[in-house]
Structures are given as structure tokens and as C-alpha cells.
Design a protein around this ligand. Structure first.
Ligand code: PMP
Length: 406
């Protein structure tokens, strides 16, 4: 009669299991290239200067601990919208965008999956292959009615976008009313984004096929260091008045507020034909109420304070340059080392990919040897978080990679 004894064990694995293993490893040479969280040149978590300053200034009014409204903080939503869509779009079409504050990017992804499953006739969700490991679980758990499909995204053999295959499969197999998930920038795990010309072709395909577009935006500011430049694809798609678009927006990485769970979900209606955002807005709020009631308060207060204060915004932009700059210099350092060692293969992708990750192209077996023999940890897919590289360990990592592929 026990309900609980019949619960099957979880299929262990994934980044957080590996992370626990790393913590138990006592070897002093160990290197953590697992989780996508920024680290400084001493491999320590780094608090953004803008966040430290905002917290200092906020202390004076820290007695507010009431519930947020169900849709979240209206100031936060207003700023979040401006950050991703830019002033022009927000000024012109604010009425056409439904927005809700969410439990960061994961909460936004989950909410749009649940929403499409429950309130629309969406049949298929097209995910890039490969994609962020959690996407599959999110869609499985939240949208049991919607079938998961994969479109080719990356070619292992050329270490680049498999653009022709991607368009070919979507053109032939995606159906009107399906949804497609795109990474707004700094694709996880490949670090490979479409060019502007390729983005435009994808947008036209989505328009022709009447696909519902979901942008997952977890790294705005991490690809180029510039918030506007990294929002280019989202803004370009939004300029198509007949596209329906959702944006899952996370501030975990670009504000370094991982644990505070700061994010938003925006849904852009078509303007021709004109569709009201009110019904979608209300349904999102209803669903969110059943899920978590409302998003947490503290992180959004820190974010709001930065968004509303020019001096802190400038500090934030400089913080983004610091983080993306260090990542980029570690990419170059790894690449130069591999070149110096004459490591077999072409490693230009290590330097050219963008965002937090390097999709190294190392096989599962090579990754395993790196872990067991050299105490270097990365995902079995060969994804390495470049944030874990430092001036002190990059030579050791390059030598280890050299050894396992030679
Ligand atoms: N989407 C992608 C592509 C991600 O890489 C991540 C974080 N790893 C997220 C969403 C969500 O992160 P969070 O829930 O912390 O915002």
C-alpha cells in the first residue's frame, strides 16, 4: 500500500551531480569547467560591483517584505522589457506585449511551456540539437501534450552551425502552429550563434510557416559584452508584425544574481492582424498563481535599483565588459596554448565561440579521462565553462587536453 516505495530511482547525471563529485575531489590540481556561472581569475564567484553598490544603497529601506503583485514588480517589468526590446519597440508597441516576472529563466521557460500546452493548439516544440540540458525536462514536465522535436543546429565535424540542415529540416517538417525554441545569443552549449543574415532567414522561415517563436535569453551581455548588440535577434524578429514571439529572460548571469531567481517572460502579439495582449496576460498570471503565486522580491529590488540609477547602470555595463573580457581572454589563452603545443586538430572554435561555454569537440571518453586522470571536470558532451579557466590553470588544462587527444 506504500505510495513511496514504488518511486523509481532518478537517472543520475547532469551538471549538478558532476558538481557534487567535483566538490568531493581532494586533488589540488582540480579544475571546475562544469557550471555556467562566472568566476574571477582565482576561480571564485564574483559579485558585480553594481550589485554590491545597489545593496549598500538599498539598506536604508530594507523593511519592505510584502508580497509582490501576481504579475511581479511593475517597475522591474518595465525595465526588463526595455532591456531586451529596446526603447523604440517598447514605445511603439507596449500594448502588444504581455509580461510577467518569473522565477528566473527556468521559470519563464516552464511557464511558456505550460501556457502553450494548456491554452493553445501547439502540437510540436522544435528544440535545437544540442541545447541546454534542462530544456527537454522542462518541456516534458510542463507540456505533456506537446511533442518534442529536434532540429539540427551544430555540426561536430566542422565545429560550426549546421545552417543548411537546420533550414532543410524545419522547411520540410515544421508545421503551422508549431513552436520553435531559439537561443537569443551565446547558444548553450555550443557558443555558436547565427549571423545576422542567417537570423533573417530563420525569421522569414518562421513567418512563412507561422511558427510560434520562443527566444531563450539567458546571456544578454555575455556574447559581445553589449546588452543592445546581444538583443539584436530578438529585436529583429519583433519587427515582423505577424510573428508571435515569447522571450524567456534571465538575469542570473548578466547580473550575477544566480540564487535570487530574477527573470521575466514576455509574449509579443501580432499587430497585423491586431491581437489583444490582455487575455494572454491574464492567463499567464493565472498559471503562475497556481505554480508559485509570484516571483521573489529581493533580487528584483537590487535589479530595479541598478536599472533606475544611471551611475549604477554605467557600473553594470563596465561589469559586463569585465566578465565577457576575461572569458574572451581565457579563450585566447587556451587557443594559444593548444597551438603552441601543436595539439592535433583545428582549435579555432575554442577562440571563436561566444558566451560562457566552449564546445570543445572532445569525445565522452576523452572527457572521462580528463576527469579521472587530470581532475578536470566538464560535461560529457564536451562542453567546458570557460569561466573556470584562470591564468593559473589554463596551461595545465591545455596540456591535459593535448595529452588526451594525442
Ligand atoms: N536558458 C539557458 C540556455 C541557460 O543556459 C540557463 C542557465 N544555465 C537558463 C535558461 C536558466 O537559468 P536561470 O533559471 O538561472 O535563469
Amino acid at each position: 500500500h506504500s505510495l513511496l516505495s514504488a518511486v523509481p530511482p532518478s537517472a543520475a547525471g547532469g551538471p549538478f551531480t558532476l558538481e557534487a563529485e567535483f566538490q568531493r575531489d581532494l586533488d589540488p590540481r582540480k579544475v571546475n569547467l562544469i557550471i555556467g556561472a562566472y568566476r574571477d581569475d582565482w576561480a571564485r564567484p564574483w559579485q558585480l560591483r553594481a550589485v554590491a553598490e545597489a545593496k549598500k544603497q538599498l539598506k536604508v529601506e530594507s523593511s519592505f517584505h510584502e508580497y509582490l503583485p501576481l504579475q511581479g514588480s511593475s517597475e522591474f517589468i518595465k525595465s526588463a522589457k526595455r532591456l531586451i526590446f529596446g526603447d523604440n519597440i517598447v514605445n511603439e508597441m507596449s500594448e502588444s506585449i504581455a509580461s510577467i516576472q518569473t522565477v528566473s529563466g527556468t521559470g519563464a521557460n516552464s511557464l511558456i511551456a505550460k501556457f502553450l500546452d494548456k491554452h493553445t493548439r501547439c502540437n510540436n516544440i522544435w528544440l535545437p540539437d544540442p541545447t541546454w540540458v534542462n530544456h527537454k525536462d522542462i518541456w516534458e514536465v510542463n507540456a505533456p501534450r506537446i511533442l518534442m522535436r529536434c532540429y539540427p543546429y551544430y555540426s561536430d565535424s566542422i565545429h560550426a552551425l549546421d545552417f543548411d540542415q537546420m533550414l532543410h529540416i524545419l522547411t520540410n517538417e515544421a508545421q503551422q502552429g508549431d513552436a520553435i525554441l531559439l537561443h537569443a545569443c551565446a547558444h548553450n552549449p555550443t557558443g555558436q550563434d547565427p549571423t545576422e543574415e542567417q537570423w533573417n532567414k530563420i525569421a522569414r522561415l518562421c513567418q512563412a510557416k507561422k511558427l510560434f517563436v520562443i527566444f531563450d535569453s539567458a546571456y544578454q551581455g555575455f556574447a559581445s559584452g553589449d546588452l543592445d548588440r546581444d538583443a539584436w535577434a530578438v529585436r529583429h524578429f519583433t519587427s515582423f508584425s505577424d510573428l508571435e514571439i515569447a522571450v524567456c529572460q534571465s538575469f542570473s548571469k548578466n547580473l550575477g544574481l544566480y540564487g535570487e531567481r530574477v527573470g521575466a517572460l514576455h509574449v509579443v502579439m501580432t499587430r497585423s492582424p491586431h491581437t489583444t495582449a490582455i487575455h494572454v496576460q491574464d492567463r499567464l498570471v493565472d498559471l503562475h498563481r497556481a505554480f508559485v503565486s509570484m516571483a521573489p522580491l529581493f533580487g528584483c529590488r537590487v535589479a530595479n535599483h541598478i536599472f533606475q540609477n544611471q551611475e549604477l547602470q554605467d557600473m553594470w555595463h563596465a561589469d559586463l565588459t569585465t566578465m565577457s573580457g576575461r572569458i574572451s581572454s581565457m579563450r585566447n589563452a587556451l587557443y594559444s596554448e593548444l597551438l603552441r603545443l601543436r595539439t592535433p586538430g583545428d582549435w579555432a572554435h575554442a577562440k571563436n565561440q561566444v558566451g560562457m561555454f566552449s564546445y570543445t569537440g572532445l569525445t565522452k571518453e576523452e572527457v572521462e579521462v580528463l576527469r579521472t586522470k587530470y581532475h578536470i571536470y566538464m560535461l560529457p558532451s564536451g562542453r567546458a565553462s570557460v569561466c573556470g579557466l584562470t591564468n593559473a590553470n589554463v596551461k595545465y588544462v591545455a596540456q591535459a587536453i593535448h595529452n588526451v587527444v594525442t
